[in-house]
Design a protein around this ligand. Structure first.
Ligand SMILES: Nc1ncnc2c1ncn2[C@@H]1O[C@H](COP(=O)(O)OP(=O)(O)OP(=O)(O)O)[C@@H](O)[C@H]1O
Ligand SMILES: [Mg+2]
Length: 630
């Protein structure tokens, strides 16, 4: 039987494979490396109604469900009250709590801004950006203790919960938590487990773009409205196309880059500084290149300044000398042109997959702190020929949407009806070779399941041999969007024996079956011989067992903690230590003295004395680093 020649054929050298190896269980790499290379699971929501039609008094009687944006960089909590969402401040008075955890010298736990400060002076006992490891069994060490991402996330959730309870004066036991649209089932389950470990019943996991849509009142729009949500956070970029129809919000397509975010823009400024700052010696440059920790704060500050002003001075202390560089917005934009370019592809891809043109969208919504950069707004305005919606603070929209969902949830049991429409945002296929004229070209990617296909799905393709008397075919299973096979992520291998026949005559059928649990089953059948080999590729086999959860609960409970009202003091101490490491000479002497004075005040245990000392300490530190909090 002739096989379509345009379909690739195997050209890889075949080698023998023992029978026992033909069925293997292979784990997917924990972290997707390609843009959009994660699994997507979108939720259909049951009909929504405007949240504002309930008198506030009746809300008070309902169980308190909070909305939580559990971010890679920052986390926020909001409640739905008086017909609208309200952000809840933490113990420092900030709405954003850095998703950072550390263990201090006394072995006590620190979470949030103090932990982010501490990461500068004690990286071995600090953890950040652990959301990237949700759904994997990787552990992150803080000193001699190892934690899973669920546990670290639980510590952040616990801090948010405690802050909310203090602020609201009521126990908080239930939450709607947002997750990226591309989170797979394992990552979603890990998020639920984190909630459970933090003592929260997770009422619902809500896709982040859907949350942004709810914050903007998507549910009040006419049927068939379509939205594009552009979310540029600290370390990740997500684009989603949402559609609203007949009370259902659906994620139609999702794309993004799990390795692109606001941090890359700060990094570009750091590089520019090292290149251009005249006050730096060759040795300084080498040192700065090796150790970004020396300059990231200065770069972050400069980046934020440039969101407000046309130019700024980026400066940092190096061995007691101050090195400065004046930077204009134009410099910044030139240095990040390539990053800006990388933002375009996922947008195009999401639109294409949703079969929409930029002009047919009803709204474009900007979320994520990094969309504060004017160049991002300009890019979007240019691409879509309209002004994006950004009336809600871009780093608060997702938490607000989660609270809207919580508000709807608290009073409408019908919302329990959730229809799942899972889509997979990357392509899965095998490496093949292709005959073009007289030439055979190897390393071609042949997709079997294409991206944004609804799951569960099962697809089959037929392939044939390339050499006469070929005895074996090797399937190299990959995920990604590159036409070059080896550019895509390697997931696993499967070898199958075929009868020795002239080239092109031995055929195999390869079936990919992908289920909602993120399990890919690959079957290869030798058409002539009838033999079948199978391999299972699971995105993760890493869910925590009941016993592990119980053990984790014990470990988390056993952690020593500071009293909550100590939070501000902790933060000032960690910040002073970081500045001390940063600076030299007189400034060090001064910081040392302030720290001593402050600790003395804390020892008195006199609230009034401590309050005054705290105020002095804050002003003193602000005089050194400008009072930036990030
Ligand atoms: N004024 C500003 N100008 C430029 N960038 C800013 C500004 N404010 C915050 N950012 C950037 O926003 C990013 C953090 O955004 P956000 O809090 O939305 O991230 P996140 O949701 O925690 O992370 P992720 O979406 O990657 O999970 C950081 O890179 C920060 O530098
Ligand atoms: Mg985010």
């Amino acid at each position: 039987m002739p096989f379509p020649r345009s379909r690739a054929v195997f050209a890889r050298p075949c080698h023998s494979l023992g029978e026992h190896e033909s069925r293997a269980s292979i784990e997917l790499p924990r972290q997707p490396v390609n843009p959009a290379s994660a699994l997507l699971s979108s939720r259909r929501l049951a009909p929504l109604r405007a949240p504002a039609d309930l008198p506030p008094s009746s809300l008070a009687l309902l169980p308190m469900i909070v909305g939580i944006d559990l971010g890679t960089t920052n986390s926020l909590l909001a409640v739905f009250r008086d017909g609208r969402p309200h952000l809840v401040p933490n113990a420092l008075g900030d709405f954003s709590t850095p998703s950072a955890v550390a263990i201090d010298d006394a072995g006590k736990l620190i979470v949030g801004l103090a932990a982010r400060e501490r990461a500068a002076t004690d990286p071995a006992r600090s953890a950040q950006a652990f959301k990237r490891w949700m759904g994997s069994d990787r552990t992150i060490k803080l000193g001699d203790k190892a934690f899973r991402a669920e546990e670290l996330s639980a510590l952040v959730l616990q801090a948010l919960k405690a802050d909310a309870e203090a602020y609201l004066g009521a126990p908080v036991t239930e939450a709607v938590i947002t997750v990226p649209a591309y989170f797979n089932e394992a990552q979603r389950r890990a998020t639920r487990t984190a909630g459970e470990l933090a003592g929260l019943k997770v009422e619902r996991l809500l896709n982040e773009p859907t949350a942004a849509g709810l914050a903007y009142g998507l549910q009040d729009r006419p049927d068939n409205s379509t939205f594009l949500v552009f979310d540029l956070g600290g370390g990740t970029f997500d684009v989603s196309v949402l559609e609203y129809f007949d009370g259902v919000v659906e994620v139609r397509a999702s794309a993004g880059d799990t390795r692109l975010g606001g941090e890359d823009f700060a990094h570009a400024l750091g590089k520019l500084f090292i290149e251009r700052c005249g006050a730096l010696s060759l040795a300084d440059r080498e040192r700065l290149q090796k150790d970004p920790a020396l300059w990231w704060r200065a770069a972050e500050q400069a980046k934020r300044d440039l969101s407000e002003r046309d130019s700024t001075v980026m400066g940092l202390m190096l061995d007691g000398r101050r090195a400065e560089l004046e930077l204009s917005r134009a410099d910044f934009e030139a240095a990040t042109a390539e990053l800006l370019q990388r933002l375009r592809r996922p947008i195009e891809r999401a639109l294409q997959d949703a079969q929409l043109s930029p002009s047919s969208l009803d709204e474009v919504v900007l979320v994520g702190g990094a969309t504060r950069m004017p160049m991002i707004r300009q890019l979007i305005t240019r691409l879509f020929q309209r002004l994006p919606l950004r009336t809600i603070d871009p780093d608060q929209a997702i938490a607000q949407g989660a609270a809207v969902q919580a508000g709807l949830k608290a009073r409408d049991a019908a919302l329990d009806e959730v229809v799942l429409t899972d889509v997979m945002p990357f392509s899965l296929g095998v490496i093949t070779s292709q005959q073009i004229g007289q030439q055979r070209i190897g390393d071609r990617f042949s997709p079997i399941i294409e991206r944004n296909t609804p799951v569960p799905v099962s697809r089959m393709e037929r392939y044939c041999t390339v050499s006469d008397n070929q005895r074996q075919v090797e399937l190299d299973i990959r995920q990604g969007e590159s036409p070059i096979g080896s550019d895509n992520l390697h997931l696993g291998k499967l070898d199958i024996e075929v009868p020795p026949l002239p080239a092109g005559e031995a055929a195999i059928e390869v079936r990919f079956t992908y289920d909602a649990n993120g399990l890919l089953e690959v079957d290869a059948r030798d058409v002539q011989g009838g033999r079948t080999v199978t391999t299972l590729i699971r995105n993760t086999a890493t869910e925590m067992s009941e016993a592990q959860i119980a053990e984790a609960l014990k470990q988390l409970r056993a952690l020593k903690r500071h009293p909550r009202d100590d939070e501000q003091n902790r933060y000032l101490i960690e910040r002073a230590k970081r500045l001390y490491e940063d600076r030299l000479g007189d400034q060090r002497v001064a910081i040392q003295a302030w720290l001593g004075e402050f600790e003395q005040a804390l020892d008195t245990q006199e609230p009034r004395v401590i309050r005054q000392a705290r105020q002095r300490m804050r002003e003193a530190l602000d005089s050194i680093d400008g009072g930036f909090r990030f």
